[in-house]
Design a protein around this ligand. Sequence first.
Ligand code: S3P
Length: 450
Amino acid sequence: MATLKVRKLKSFPVEISVPGDKSISHRAAMFAGMADGTTVIEGFLPSEDCLCSVKAMQAMGAEVEPLEERPGAGLVKLAVTGRGPKLQPPAGPLDCGNSGTTMRLLAGILAGQNFTAEMFGDASLSRRPMKRIADPLRLMGAAIEGQGEKICAPLKITGGALHPIQYTLPVASAQVKSAVLLAGLFASGKTTVIEPVATRNHTERIMSHFGVKWLREGNAITVYGGQAPRATDIVVPGDISSAAFWMVAAAATPDAELMLRNVGLNSTRTGIINVLLRMGAHITHSETDTAGEPRGNVMVRGGDLSATVIGGAEIPNVIDELPILAVAGALARGTTLIRDARELRVKETDRIAAVAENLRRMGVTVTEHEDGMEIEGGARLRGATISTYHDHRIAMAFAIAGLFAEGETVIEGAECINTSYPGFEHDLALFSETRESGAQIPVLSQAPGK
Ligand code: S3P
């Protein structure tokens, strides 16, 4: 097991460029694999999660040509030649590693295929609820077998002729929305997803980019069946969820100035900026739109942070940032409240329990609620041994906490960071003396999630 040791912040870099957006990289691999023709994906995130999506599409007939490997980061540019939306049956079960996005979005694609395929994942993914995608996909006519009441992985999906549905999301989940929209491409007629609370809209945007027609009326998104994505090169922006770690490090350091380059600024993802502004950080950004996704440079100037309340419709927009925002809460003056975030309990680990436990180990008073937590800010953090439960965002959030703690913070199981941010340790070393874990950068030929 890789262990990352972090010491107190000692310097501040001028700028950082974070790796590609995870959500967009998954979708780029899937849409390119379903298109008829070659798509060049630039700025791809070569994390274990996204490589699972690439390998799954490869296993179903897409051809993948690596174009650029960056030292310390991995495969950042690739050409994917798809076979059109009707894929080939894979030779064996598809390995989704730790990736809920791979499994849930692929389920939508598999629901439309004329074959049976199996998907499996690691121990964490095998505990996560797949009923949320099985329910609508079954309504559309797919046969889905899974384990227990929560329909956990391994999953067996037999696709075929799908009927269109109108489906109101019972949980605010972009993955469920995307699974239904993807299956809708294979249904005869109009499939509509109604989202009571807005979730990230990368699937809608990438559909437009690949020439797939869809319509938004209020909170209803409709896709027309029988369309084939058109191969189109795509440039993936940096991941704001990865930039979030450095945003908090800078925001909580008086007089710090940090420029984050080429960050994705899709408004369904920029909640982290709004929360930090509310907490007293100084953040400005420029914005351009390339390949259908807004992006730009983000300048963060640090100051004294004060507590805030994070809840309601804002939650889906910051769902992946809540662990690092909890750390920001610990560094702020006053009591920060996170509520309406029950979904955190079914992420890569139970993130409410994991954040509360590890903050307490560092000397913070935390009250855990079923749907969130209260964090008493302002305590002096002390270095501690952190249990990540193989969750990349817990590992990185507490590596940042370690920059503000007295003594050494030991992140156990740090190899999970490669799920979303290969190169994190290198960037962290710009802030502090770290002893690197020696975790390997993932490569395309290596078994994912192992
Ligand atoms: C994602 C959606 C979110 C997010 C996950 C990526 C996506 O999950 O937490 O990291 O790419 O669609 P849910 O849809 O389960 O909220």
